[in-house]
Ligand binder design. Structure first.
Ligand code: NDP
Length: 465
């Protein structure tokens, strides 16, 4: 690939560009796979935001960001030298026209903007002529509900074909999530038992020590359910539970994701979340200490409207109505300000039916845990005890997978720059993900589910344990 392309970063003055996109691009330059070096050839980085900036300032952001991701000094220098900056409001057609006039070759428009602004920019693009090969990259949350996502999809479809739209979910670029495909489909030990006959329960958890970190403007309108479960964790669930795709490509892989999420809905079996009969629970942190820092209560953070009742910890149970998974609860959970946080996928196997007489003790269920960022694999097995060989004991086998240089945003950008939509979320799938969580949002809005509390630094509300 040697044609000229311009990656237009709308919102280039923002957090995503500085903290994740530029270092991601740097990591892509630093860890080339076959064909990757060509991805950066002829690539022009055009930064844009409403803030007035000097080109030199943008070039220095680029050098810094790419180097942080591991790019060599001469690689960062080459990209910076070719870069451009155009100030403007992405929601104003005239400004957009000026910005697009600076594009050389194929435009790749990356909307690193607050979601409402992205949608307004898409509206503004309608009156302009985009080249046939233009590509669009959009961040989550995609729309504010299922109908909103469908409306946004219709607007995008008027601009470019579906395969030129990249709805980014960087969890699909996570090393551990991608590694799952090999783990599931490459092991005779796991592949035949990956079903309802052998698996009792699956938990997908992404808790973090971080609190609000000054992101009230976005987070207070989203909350943990929309920020994490509706997007990232449902994508992870799809990879855990999908049928084997014929190939890891945009057709089969995305088809397998759509198929499994199409069969996924809120859990309607016997209660699986402690302290509630329903399929969801929510909570908000109060003042506490986590990661060596004192945190104020979420409700007291600057920019938060406490009356909104935004949750900082969300948990839902879903089921998958197909032959492989019917009757197995999948629990998704994510929380902020959690002490000693867990992040990962925990698969609990059913206990064996019978053990020979003479083997003492209860056969505990086997468990496979895959840590997300960093990737770890841990398998709980039962074996005869050390001192008492005929007494069942639990043993844990653990592996820590070395972290690769390519970040998840490096992986996302590799897909976008090479025009490969395998890791981009398909339009129907984002709509489906909203449909799965919409009943929860409605029940929370109507106050059916209490907003519990937990001190920052704890593992969640006492009543949930
Ligand atoms: P920011 O809040 O930092 O906004 C990005 C830029 O958008 C700002 O620098 C600002 O530039 C511009 N902007 C803000 N408001 C407006 C407006 N009303 N009209 C025009 N431009 C505006 O967002 P982030 O960079 O944090 O996130 C961007 C997107 O990426 C969001 O959709 C977010 O959900 C997603 N995301 C972010 C992550 C993160 O860690 N930051 C992680 C994963 C996804 P200026 O004022 O100069 O025009």
């Amino acid at each position: 690939m040697n044609q000229q392309r311009t990656l237009v970063l709308f919102g280039a003055s923002g957090d995503l560009t500085r903290r994740l996109l530029l270092p991601g691009l740097g990591s892509l330059l630093a860890s080339p796979q076959e064909g990757d070096p060509a991805l950066a050839e002829g690539l022009r980085l055009l930064g844009s935001a409403r803030s007035e900036r000097e080109l030199d300032e943008w070039r220095s952001d680029i050098r810094e960001g790419l180097s942080e991701g591991g790019a060599l000094r001469e690689q960062a220098e080459a990209v910076a030298a070719d870069a451009a900056w155009v100030s403007g409001d992405p929601t104003e057609p005239e400004d957009l026209r000026r910005i697009l006039a600076e594009v050389h070759g194929t435009p790749i428009l990356y909307f690193a903007l607050p979601p409402g602004v992205t949608e307004a920019a898409i509206d503004a693009l309608r009156g302009l002529e985009l080249p046939d090969d233009a590509m669009l990259a959009l961040e989550k949350p995609f729309g504010a509900d299922g109908d909103g996502a469908a409306a946004l999809n219709r607007k995008l479809a008027r601009l470019v074909p579906e395969r030129q739209i990249h709805r980014v979910d960087h969890f699909l670029g996570q090393q551990s999530v991608q590694g799952l495909l090999g783990l599931r489909f490459g092991n005779r030990l796991l592949e035949p038992v990956w079903n309802r006959e052998n698996i009792e329960r699956v938990e997908i958890v992404f808790d973090e020590e971080l609190g609000l970190e000054g992101r009230a403007a976005y987070y207070d309108g989203a909350g943990a359910l929309v920020d994490m479960l509706q997007s990232h964790l449902l994508q992870v669930l799809a990879v855990v539970a999908m049928e084997p795709p014929a190939a890891i490509d945009e057709e089969s892989f995305r088809g397998a994701i759509a198929q499994v999420l199409g069969a996924t809905s809120l859990w309607s079996g016997a209660p699986v979340l402690a302290g509630t009969e329903g399929p969801s629970r929510r909570a908000r942190y109060t003042e506490g200490r986590v990661g060596g820092r004192d945190l104020p209560a979420y409700a007291d953070e600057e920019g938060v409207d406490p009356e909104r009742g935004t949750e900082t910890l969300a948990e839902i149970a879903v089921g998958i109505e197909n032959r492989r998974w019917a009757g197995v609860p999948f629990v998704l959970r994510s929380g902020k300000a959690i002490g000693d946080p867990r992040t990962g996928i925990e698969v609990t196997f059913r206990p064996v039916d019978v053990v020979p007489k003479g083997l003492a003790g209860e056969p505990r269920p086997g468990r496979l845990t895959i840590g997300i960022a960093p990737e770890t694999i841990s398998l709980d097995l039962v074996r005869g005890g050390q001192e008492e060989p005929f007494r069942l004991e639990q043993e844990q086998l653990e592996a820590e997978v070395p972290e690769r240089t390519l970040t998840e945003y490096g992986e996302v950008l590799r897909g976008i720059l090479s025009g490969d939509a395998t890791l981009s979320v398909r339009g129907d799938v984002v709509e489906r993900c909203w449909r799965i969580v919409e009943p929860v949002l409605a029940s929370w809005r109507s106050g059916e589910v209490p907003l519990d509390e937990y001190p920052a630094g704890s593992s969640g509300p006492q009543s949930w344990r």
